[in-house]
Design a protein around this ligand. Structure first.
Ligand SMILES: NC(=O)c1ccc[n+]([C@@H]2O[C@H](COP(=O)([O-])OP(=O)(O)OC[C@H]3O[C@@H](n4cnc5c(N)ncnc54)[C@H](O)[C@@H]3O)[C@@H](O)[C@H]2O)c1
Ligand SMILES: [Fe+2]
Length: 393
């Protein structure tokens, strides 16, 4: 498929790096609340299980809203509509996101003028107009959403302007939705259970990897952020593989910084095929974002290796080898073994994926995910997508 206009505009972007928000760091949520003078005109979107241990005792006057009120899981058209109803646009001046990627993505929308329809907004038939300050505080490690210009949602799928009856995931992309400020509070990650921790950290590793391998859009500066993120995450994974899940507790600060660095890297260099191919999987079977990426990551790297084992992939293998203490030749295998110790890799059928999805998802990726697929390390095709889905079945 020829490159779409949006991807072409990304390729023409001559900026070396984009770090739009001011980045802060605090020891506790209370220290953040004091510095930013949280008050009545602030809406804080979070989860009740984050509010209770970290915020309740502070007795703040802000409006606290819990994401779970709008439905479980990742943002969807219906969830966003319910959120809009629950939080009237004129009831706040500032938006504070305290949560994982889902909450940060929702808050990006709260910072913007309300569209007449969420569906039209995601299919780019309504403009994004940013009006209110957004402060992002990530509590997973993580999507990097705190520094990116994307808000992802599960939306009703379209083909040639008509609803297909199915769902897919789409990224709403605009520099106007990059949060204005980011506050890192590693303390908030202490309550994050192991499984979402592991899935989100693998997601961050994939952001760094896809940015590092991005053939057209990476820059010297984005590479620096991807390499640092990969080194920090791989070191954390090496410790977990050796000592078990609790090894993460002394390393949460590094993880939360690494996911921020990976977010900075991919905002410029772009995510790629792993993300593009995981979107229909996540959208249809509600597989958590990090897990759906992980399900495809190893196979896609293997196919990159088959196409061009030297070049940037060769450098990637050198980094992995250095961090995990193996040879370059054994890097991809050692990476898979290490990741398996961090999180068990499941075949796609265990998520509900069916044989007929192989073709249907490959076509959906080709039709809807070109902004990601154009960053593939090797020229991509519907046939290659089919092969990946089939071999991960
Ligand atoms: N905008 C972007 O740039 C971007 C990039 C990648 C992914 N995403 C989106 O981000 C979402 C995935 O984000 P995620 O991986 O952070 O998962 P998530 O936001 O769904 O959080 C994972 C789970 O952990 C829980 N949780 C989070 N922090 C916690 C804490 N401190 N203590 C206890 N529980 C906690 C959440 O409630 C949730 O159940 C997806 O919707 C994905 O599409 C966005
Ligand atoms: Fe991601």
């Amino acid at each position: 498929m020829a490159m779409d206009a949006f991807s072409a505009s990304l390729m023409k972007d001559k900026r070396e790096i984009v770090i739009a928000p001011t980045i802060y760091k605090f020891d506790t949520f209370g220290a953040f609340a004091e510095e930013f003078k949280l008050g009545e005109r602030d809406v804080v979107l979070t989860n009740e299980f984050i509010y209770k241990p970290f915020m309740e005792e502070l007795g703040l006057k802000s409006k606290f809203v819990f994401q779970e009120k709008f439905g479980a899981g990742e943002p969807s058209e219906a969830m966003i509509e319910t959120m809009y109803e629950a939080i009237p646009y004129d009831s706040y001046d500032r938006v504070i996101a305290v949560g994982g990627g889902a909450i940060m993505d929702l808050c990006k929308l709260l910072g913007c003028k309300r569209p007449t329809s969420v569906h039209e907004l995601y299919f780019k038939r309504e403009p994004v107009v940013h009006e209110k300050e957004v402060i992002a505080i990530p509590t997973t490690c993580g999507t990097g959403s705190e520094v990116t210009n994307i808000s992802v949602a599960i939306v009703k799928d379209e083909k040639d302007g008509k609803l297909t009856g199915g769902d897919t995931k789409l990224g709403l992309v605009s520099d106007d939705i990059i949060p204005n400020k980011v506050c890192l509070v590693p303390d908030l990650l202490k309550t994050l259970p192991y499984k979402p921790f592991a899935a989100s950290a693998i997601d961050a590793l994939i952001h760094a990897t896809e940015s590092f391998l991005s053939p057209h859009r990476k820059t010297v500066t984005s590479e620096m952020f991807s390499v640092k993120a990969m080194e920090m995450i791989l070191e954390g994974f090496r410790r977990i593989a050796l000592e078990g899940p609790d090894a993460r507790m002394d390393y949460l600060g590094e993880f939360v910084h690494a996911s921020l660095f990976a977010g900075i890297a991919f905002l410029k260099a772009g995510c790629a095929t792993v993300h593009g191919m995981s979107f229909p999987l996540g959208g249809t079977y509600h597989v958590p974002h990090g897990e759906s990426n992980y399900a495809l990551f190893g196979k896609i790297l293997e196919m990159y290796d088959e196409y061009e084992p030297a070049g940037e992939l060769g450098k990637f293998k050198e980094i992995v080898a250095r961090c995990l203490g193996c040879t370059k030749e054994d890097a991809l295998r050692t990476l898979n073994v290490t990741l398996e110790k961090v999180l068990h890799l499941k075949p796609l059928h265990e998520y509900g994926f069916k044989e007929e999805d192989v073709k249907a998802f490959a076509l959906s990726v080709d039709a809807n995910q070109q902004r990601l697929i154009t960053n593939s390390y090797r020229p991509w095709s519907i046939e290659l997508s089919e092969r990946v889905y089939k071999e991960c079945f």
